[in-house]
Design a protein. Structure first.
Length: 256
């Protein structure tokens, strides 16, 4: 039995000691070392494509080299587990796709209050009555509520028309009341002048030349009643001719 084992050992030793087998083993060892270094370089390049950090690729390559040519396959497995799952290009493409989707969603006009879809030419939301746009006072084209300048005619939308110098501080309601009061006073003056001219008074020509205010929409002023002017007995007798002095009007004789 020992002779059999000795013969097998001698045969294996002879095969290993042959020049051809020695050359093959050296080639395999060289290939394994090259594969070890290539794995380290692959880890370096792969991590460069997956991160923006400039130090991490060198650490990944050193991690595989430290595991020696014998244990570096285990280092490759560990690296594939802990490395980022997406490359920088893939992350960039995914971000662009998300931004494009968000841009498409934002391009659809919606009401800022009820979030319902609306059309671009609408002035107000038909659901909640929210104002969506406004018309330019110069070119009558629709502009946004937050626009400062009309994009078509260049009208400044924030500048208000200048008020009159003397009426800037007077409220509109006070001016309207003042104009109504002046119109009522002038109507009363005209009525008084007319009644004075009927009963012997004169007409104030100065009041005729005054410009009349716009009295549209006002109630007509009440006409003053004629005032009875008391007269003395002497004035009444002088004003009325005596009955004795009146001559009867002759009547024509009837035809027979």
């Amino acid at each position: 039995m020992p002779n059999v084992l000795q013969g097998i050992t001698d045969a294996i030793g002879g095969i290993v000691a042959s020049p051809l087998v020695q050359l093959g083993m050296r080639a395999i060892a060289i290939y394994w070392v090259i594969f070890w270094l290539a794995a380290s370089y692959w880890a370096f390049r792969d991590l460069q494509l997956r991160t923006d950090n400039a130090v991490l690729p060198y650490l990944a390559a050193a991690f595989i080299i430290v595991f020696t040519p014998i244990l570096f396959p285990a280092a490759i497995v560990i690296y594939r587990i802990v490395r980022p799952h997406e490359k920088i290009d893939e992350v960039y493409e995914r971000t662009l796709a998300q931004e494009a989707m968000l841009a498409e969603i934002e391009a659809v006009p919606t009401c800022p209050r009820c979030q319902r879809r609306v059309q671009e030419g609408w002035l107000a939301c038909p659901i909640c009555r929210t104002r969506l746009s406004r018309a330019c006072p110069s070119c009558d084209r629709l502009v946004g509520l937050d626009w400062v300048l009309c994009a078509w005619c260049g009208r400044d939308l924030e500048r208000q028309p200048a008020a009159a110098p003397g009426r800037a501080s007077i409220p509109a309601e006070s001016r309207r009341q003042a104009s109504e009061r002046q119109a009522a006073e002038r109507s009363a003056e005209r009525s008084t002048d007319a009644s004075g001219g009927q009963y012997g008074g004169g007409l104030d020509h100065g009041s005729v030349d005054r410009p009349l205010a716009d009295t549209r929409g006002l109630a007509p002023a009440a006409m003053p009643l004629p005032i009875a002017i008391p007269m003395s007995d002497g004035a009444a007798s002088s004003a009325m001719p005596p009955r004795a002095n009146r001559r009867p009007t002759p009547r024509p004789a009837p035809d027979r």
